[in-house]
Ligand binder design. Sequence first.
Ligand code: GLU
Length: 307
Amino acid sequence: MDYQSILAEIEQEVFPLLERGKVANYIPALAEVNPKQFAMTITLFDGTQYSVGQADALFSIQSISKVFTFTLALKFYGTELYKRVGHEPSGNPFNSLVQLEYEKGKPRNPFINAGAINVTDALISHYGSAQVAYKEVLEFIRAISDEKSITSNDVVSASEMEHGFRNLALANLMKSFNNLDNRVADVVGTYFKHCAVEMNTKTLSRAMLYLANDGVDPISGQIYITASQSKRINAVMLTCGHYDASGDFAFNVGLPGKSGVGGGIVAVIPEKMGICVWSPGLNENGNSLVGTKALELFTTKTGLSIF
Ligand code: GLU
């Protein structure tokens, strides 16, 4: 298949839509990003990459980091993890408090904010401190993307902490239900730091390969998680990866995927490739407007989806 031509067609077709999305403005440091940017990369199992647009431009991975923290927590806790966080779609916005109160402090899944904060707490308990947990999450991201220079943007995480009233509220609510072990400020601070990791579409599509290959990196041969755990992460990406628009994404794109408010979306084509698309303008559900469209075009044009 001529992937490069397909990506070039997609770039042209989404161009008129670049005006439509709105950048996330609830994190002041992200509100300054120019929305009219676009990049897309696919990485095949032999490491071959095809890209269009600004594929070297770094952006804030935000909630895409939840895939990596969920991976590590599942690796260490196994199915015990589901005692503190579920694996059902929420049907609610990513930062909703109502459902969490109703369900006694147990978040629906690891990809809504409450669930991801809870997973970060589990990792802090596992590693013994917030500092070590953050360092190990970063090392894991560097390993799976084969890029040692990846780091987190302190301005973005500090900006989020300063305006993180809702995430702090979610963490406090979980603490009140005894579903958070560590100090709220430490947990939420660590969560913001892994959200503020910066990557580009090349490194992120590379980082998805272990999930396309049953938990094993097809290039290095490194086993990260079991095939069963990889299957579960893909299932949760498919059903919960786009918040309350997860059904739409499964319907229109047909791939396990995870979005972040920085405008990135990662997706997995099992046995074939990792994909990342980036465009900072978001739709009303907080998912990249152009990114979603580009992925829909990709699965339509290539006929590759899980269905
Ligand atoms: N750091 C963001 C928050 O907690 C992540 C949200 C997202 O990327 O969807 O609000």
